[in-house]
Design a protein around this ligand. Structure first.
Ligand code: SF4
Length: 185
């Protein structure tokens, strides 16, 4: 898609109103650990990317993604590094490009991970999960430090179990002893 540049005398086009153009500096080198990880993970059928936001909603999504990929379904899911996939055209981006199934775990309706990756991968249509819609909590809270860590972990576990169940292999487990009461639905 091509957009003409706006000038003070020229109003923004519809394209400019809808899209933001960014120039991303290419990395100076390659992280071999990251590339080796991506190569290993590429055999898995589901790539999981997450908005990774630093607010409460993003933190719950981030922790839920880790639980899903590292504990509940480690054989089937590859945990994508969103920053790596977005900013460099190497292994992490290839995980998203080539996976038979891509899940985007978004902390909220703004869908940052989905919009970022659609900017670098034409036609990408991940299965979007708005994680804050899966849990009950005080909607006025914003920052991650406004909720006790144990409660965040409980919500993350709850979200991860729901997504694992959707992926077919895992039913939601009973809350563990360490799960706080605020996490139950
Ligand atoms: S999707 Fe929402 S929670 Fe996640 S980074 Fe974007 S604004 Fe933050």
């Amino acid at each position: 898609m091509s957009c003409e540049k706006a000038s003070p005398s020229k109003p923004m086009s519809g394209c400019e109103q809808q899209y933001e153009t960014v120039n991303i500096l290419k990395p100076a080198g390659v992280c071999q650990l990251c590339e080796d990880f991506s190569a290993r993970e590429s055999i898995k059928p589901v790539a999981v990317m997450c908005c990774e936001g630093s607010c409460l909603r993003g933190e719950i999504a981030r922790q839920a993604s880790n639980i899903l990929c590292h504990s509940l379904l480690p054989e089937r899911t590859a945990r994508v590094c969103l920053g790596g996939a977005f900013t460099k055209n190497t292994g992490q981006r290839a995980l998203v490009r080539n996976a038979p199934r891509v899940i985007a775990m978004e902390g909220c309706f703004l869908k940052c991970a989905t919009r970022m990756m659609q900017g670098v991968l034409d036609g990408l249509e991940p299965e979007v999960v708005i994680t804050d819609s899966l849990i009950d909590f005080d909607r006025d809270l914003f920052s991650a430090d406004e909720m006790p860590e144990v409660e965040i972990m409980g919500h993350a576990l709850n979200v991860a179990e729901q997504i694992a169940a959707r992926l077919g292999d895992q039913q939601p487990a009973q809350p563990s002893a360490g799960t706080c009461c605020a996490c139950s639905r």
